[in-house]
Ligand binder design. Structure first.
Ligand code: IVH
Length: 723
């Protein structure tokens, strides 16, 4: 094999690397992973997603497993503390620190006012106050006061759990340690933003540079880096400030509006922005937004927009939350920052579900204080600018490697290419050819036909599901899940652990764990938490699954569009594995042959399943993995349905509680007796089995005149059916 270029090399499956190539890759990975560790742990500013980072580490481990003598002294796998223990104690937020939904246009703001009025049943002229405030671009913290004393300061974290930075927060002079006011609530979590003034940030960077120490990318990073210091004296030396914007858990509040509360915070000694205002209509809010945008360059702190909030707290209570954001507030962002740069390359990332996503690699460019070097290019139609039907697509671009592109960064959103500057296109730039094979495992990658839209799916997917390392962990988790192989003691965590230690790669490996452990080839008992008893229980649970019913086996394979119900229909139709496998292989060879038509004739199945089976079984990697698995597992044929089953062909819904069996068992039994079980009651439902606690489904059954049985009636019916 000739010399590969850098990018081809990084995509080459590990199994195919030569020694020389492996050494090169290990060198690259050591460097890249160290860089990302630095961004993450030191700068507090990761530049790739966790999943991408994990993929780098996994590749490093896989190459090292194949070429143990090439392990470098600076290998990420050797570095002590490569995954440092979390620096700070975790703190659970008793009231989550949620996000805000965003308004980007005037229309979004009018919509916001309209939605709030409609929800509260207020007319256009009924009084309704909004506060308008700057949206500070710093680091959110929650300061918990009990009896007027600061007891815990925590960062936002993921909104539910943050880091304990109490000692550091105490060094910030804007944050009161004690509040003595008589009306200060017994418990109050004061929430706001820790930030570094821009002037202070510039000065700090100058000093850092002089001392030869690290400089920060922007005030936000500087604030985060300064607050998240293990040594509070470092935090104390950094010029951090604080603004309040809200509160979390609290006992009785002295005011019933945001405006009133902000006045109180000021009185109690907390810094509140002098730019907060009260307004009554979207039009006024928009004027505020325009004024603040103009003012922004003159402010000594970064803001990335403004926030509008319903002023009355009783209204807020009624408005509540949707998903992770309140209905009573909205952030109105400032227009996105843009930058111009060159697209150097397009790389394909394979996700855990096999989706191939193109990522644009940019000549790094600073946009609004952040270095951007990657953009999402969504999918192949977007890059081409043309859909699978040959029509131009909205927002599609015809993007080529070498193009000069306009990149936009809007808030937390992943940067986007918003324009291509055609005048600057190199004369030899060719349209990008999207790979039709998975860059991770080499399996075929396909776009499915979507019968609903009549078009091909925009996403191309790797079909080597059981084999592809990018998908392996998810597939293995599915394989052992409760409705598939259901292996006791082998849950998601254990799978991830075993995968990381390279004990399992494909399902067949699960069934050789015991043998390999006993031969000393692997060492599960060396891992923390795997004592002798637990391990022997695991081995017997695995042995117990060496015989598995056909429907579970088919489901466990994780074929796209073959969920539990479809797997059951297929199992019932074919009866045994040999017949199903023969049909699947026929479909792999010919999607329009007899076997395919046979499946389309099964009630409830159609061309989508046929295409999926075709894609799955046409991929030799999958067949290999299955054949290997079959060396360890015996697939049991389906029990035949009693011919005279009174529920054969009927559609049944279960609702409420059953005493004698779980809902899953009832479902399985009904299906074994030839019935179809659905979740919702419609006119087509033949029978509803209702236990105590049945609600709307029972009411619907009565409305449609569907036959209803209680548990005793159901048991009698199945007794008859089972003969
Ligand atoms: S109110 C339920 N007001 O922006 C959340 N948040 O993108 C209520 N932020 O989580 C948040 N300035 O960390 C609010 N004036 C302001 C803010 C502000 C900055 C932060 C805060 C929030 C995030 C939402």
């Amino acid at each position: 094999m000739g010399v590969l270029d850098y990018d081809e090399l990084r995509r080459k499956p590990v199994e195919e690397l030569t020694r020389e190539e492996a050494a090169k890759e290990l060198e690259r990975l050591a460097k890249e992973i160290a860089e990302h560790d630095y961004h993450y742990y030191v700068e507090d500013a990761p530049v790739i997603s966790d999943a991408e980072y994990d993929a780098l580490r996994r590749r490093n481990d896989e190459i090292e497993a194949r070429f143990p003598d090439l392990i470098r002294p600076d290998s990420p796998s050797r570095r002590v503390g490569a995954e440092p223990s979390p620096k700070f104690r975790k703190v659970k937020h008793s009231v989550p620190m949620l996000s805000l939904s965003n308004a980007f246009s005037d229309e979004d703001v009018y919509d916001f006012e309209w939605r709030v009025r409609r929800f509260l049943g207020l007319g256009q002229d009924d009084p309704l106050d909004f506060t308008a405030e700057p949206k500070f671009d710093g680091l959110s913290v929650s300061l918990r006061y009990e009896k007027g004393r600061l007891v815990v300061a925590a960062t936002r974290g993921d909104g539910y759990e943050g880091e304990d930075v109490t000692a550091n927060a105490r060094t910030i002079s804007d944050i009161p340690q004690v509040v003595e006011a008589a009306d200060f609530p017994e418990v109050l979590e004061v929430r706001g933003e820790v930030y570094m003034p821009i002037s202070a940030f510039v000065k700090l960077n100058e000093e850092q540079q002089k001392k030869g120490q690290k400089v920060f990318a922007n005030p936000r990073n500087a604030a985060a880096g300064s607050l998240r210091q293990l040594d509070p004296s470092v935090t104390a030396s950094r010029p951090l400030r604080f603004y309040v914007w809200g509160w979390g858990e609290h006992t009785e509040l002295p005011e019933d509006t945001e405006w009133g509360m902000m006045a109180k915070f000021r009185e109690w000694g907390f810094p509140v922005s002098g730019h907060n205002e009260i307004h009554h209509h979207a039009g006024e809010l928009l004027e505020y937004h325009a004024r603040m945008l103009e003012l922004r360059p003159d402010l000594d702190f970064d803001i990335d927009g403004v926030v509008y909030k319903v002023n009355r707290l009783d209204y807020r209570q009624r408005l509540g939350f949707v998903a992770r954001a309140p209905r009573w507030a909205i952030a109105h962002k400032f227009p996105a920052h843009k930058g111009i740069t060159v697209l150097q390359d397009i790389q394909i990332h394979v996700g855990r579900t096999g989706a191939l996503t193109p990522v644009g690699i940019l000549e790094p460019v600073t946009i609004g204080g952040v270095v951007v070097s990657r953009v999402s290019l969504h999918n192949e139609d977007y890059i081409k600018g043309i859909g699978s039907d040959g029509q131009p697509i909205r927002d599609g671009k015809d993007i080529r490697i070498g193009d000069t592109v306009v990149v936009e960064r809007a808030g937390d959103v992943i940067p986007q290419v918003v324009d291509v500057i055609l005048d600057k296109r190199p004369p030899d730039a060719k349209p990008y050819e999207f790979p039709d094979h998975c860059p991770v495992c080499g399996s075929k990658a396909v776009r499915e036909f979507n019968p609903r839209t009549g078009k091909l799916d925009s996403v191309r997917r790797c079909t080597g599901g059981l084999y592809c390392p990018a998908q392996a962990v998810e597939r293995l988790k599915h394989f052992v899940s409760r409705r598939a192989f259901d292996i006791d003691g082998l849950g998601e965590k254990a799978i991830a652990q075993f995968f990381d230690h390279k004990f399992i790669r494909t399902p067949a490996d699960i069934f050789t764990l015991e043998e390999r452990e006993k031969a000393g080839e692997i060492c599960i008992h060396c891992l923390e938490g795997w004592g002798e008893k637990k391990l022997s229980n695991l081995f017997s649970a695995i042995r117990a699954r060496e015989h598995v019913p056909l429907d579970r086996f088919i489901y466990a394979l994780g074929i796209r569009h073959v969920g539990e119900t479809t797997a059951r229909l297929l199992a019932r139709h074919y009866g045994d594995w040999e017949s199903f496998y023969a049909a699947a292989k026929e479909i792999a060879a010919d999607m329009d042959g007899e076997a395919a038509h046979d499946i389309e004739n099964i009630d409830g199945l159609g061309p989508v399943v046929v295409e999926s089976l075709h894609n799955f079984f046409a991929e030799p990697h999958n067949v290999e993995v299955i054949d290997e698995l079959l060396l360890h597992v015996t697939v049991e044929p389906v029990e035949q349905v009693a011919a005279e089953s009174p529920i054969a062909g009927k559609t049944i819904v279960f609702t409420g509680h059953l005493d004698s069996m779980t809902r899953d068992e009832a479902k399985e039994l009904a299906e074994r007796l030839g019935a179809k079980v659905t979740n919702s009651v419609s006119k087509k439902t033949d029978l509803v089995v209702a236990g105590p606690g049945a609600g709307s489904k029972l009411a619907k059954a009565e409305q449609y005149g569907v036959q209803v049985l209680d548990e005793a009636g159901w048991l009698k019916l199945v007794e008859v059916a089972k003969g």
